[in-house]
Design a protein around this ligand. Structure first.
Ligand code: PMP
Length: 305
């Protein structure tokens, strides 16, 4: 098989040649930000659709503004380059796309100087990342979610993922699949790399960005498509104990898609099985991302001619 290609320093190069120095600030201090985008293969149409690519690149631009990184490409140009990268890699399967903007400067101090910044993009095949069929277990972590004025988590800075990794490691040590963060005010914030929704009296309840979580694209998608199922979406503070009495709980995110949570802190969620509202939403989401729902087809950018 031909070696995968990455976008690196303004061109397409073999993945093995896309390397940074061990002196790079990105590596020494975690100075960078990234995106996670999914592409879905539609077998019937023999087409790969990239889901909400423009929205992801708008968010990358915003992350870069916060980090004072100047991106060499506009949102439109990023979309063009990403499609070309996928074509060069010949993906005909579900894929994950990882754009990464980082400070390549080798100077010693951890400063955010708007120079020596680089952009890299790589892709990989990715089916389910969490168990979307049977659901997963979660624990509330003892690590507190970062606040906006510590490391801004409404962006996607690489450094914030130490917070996520610590929480995830703790969850694993406690025998759970995933962690749920509380923020410094004690409200439910998000998972290590997903948002959390509770189904309560038929409504979809989720913490808003005020509770120190990412401005989520999957969450926004759910907020829009829930109308198809006559469901209300309520953004509000969520208390920890509500996690234990919700009828259903699920995670959502580009990687996680819609993943049911069947146990939290040792307590079964609802009857401990995947609930009907989550299942219904999963089925709708699966159609939307593969461009099978005409109303939302504008979110799906075809890659092949
Ligand atoms: N929270 C965090 C910390 C994440 O890394 C992600 C994944 N991007 C999400 C939530 C889900 O966000 P989105 O739906 O935009 O992928």
């Amino acid at each position: 098989m031909a070696e995968a290609v990455a976008y690196f320093r303004g061109g397409f190069v073999p993945l093995s040649e896309a390397k940074v120095s061990i002196r790079a600030k990105a590596l020494n201090y975690g100075l960078g930000c990234f995106e996670g985008i999914r592409g879905y293969w539609n077998t019937a149409r023999q087409q790969l659709y990239i889901f909400r690519m423009e929205d992801h690149y708008i968010r990358l631009h915003n992350s870069c503004r916060i980090l004072r990184i100047q991106l060499p490409l506009s949102v439109e140009e990023l979309c063009v380059v990403t499609k070309e990268l996928i074509r060069r890699n010949g993906h005909r399967e579900d894929v994950y796309i990882r754009p990464l903007a980082y400070i390549a400067s080798e100077l010693l101090s951890p400063t955010l100087i708007p120079e020596d910044n680089e952009l890299a993009i790589y892709t990989m095949p990715l089916a389910d990342y969490l168990d979307t069929s049977n659901g997963i277990t979660a624990c509330v972590t003892s690590w507190t979610r970062l606040r906006d004025n510590m490391i801004p988590v409404r962006a996607k800075p690489t450094a914030a993922y130490l917070n996520s990794a610590l929480a995830r490691a703790e969850a694993r040590e406690r025998g759970c699949d995933e962690a749920i963060f509380l923020n410094a005010n004690g409200f439910v914030s998000e998972g290590s790399a997903e948002h959390v929704f509770l189904v309560m009296n038929g409504d979809l309840v989720t913490p808003s960005t005020e509770d120190d979580n990412l401005r989520g694209i999957t969450r926004a998608t759910i907020a829009e498509i829930a109308a198809e199922l006559n469901r209300r979406v309520i953004f509000r503070h969520v208390n920890r104990s509500e996690l234990y009495i919700a009828d259903e709980v699920f995670f959502c995110g580009t990687g996680a898609q819609i993943t049911p949570v069947v146990k939290i802190d040792g307590r079964p969620v609802g009857n401990g099985r995947v609930g009907p509202v989550t299942s219904e939403l999963q089925a709708l989401y699966a159609r939307v991302v593969r461009a099978e729902h005409p109303k939302y087809a504008h979110w799906c950018a075809p890659v092949y001619e």
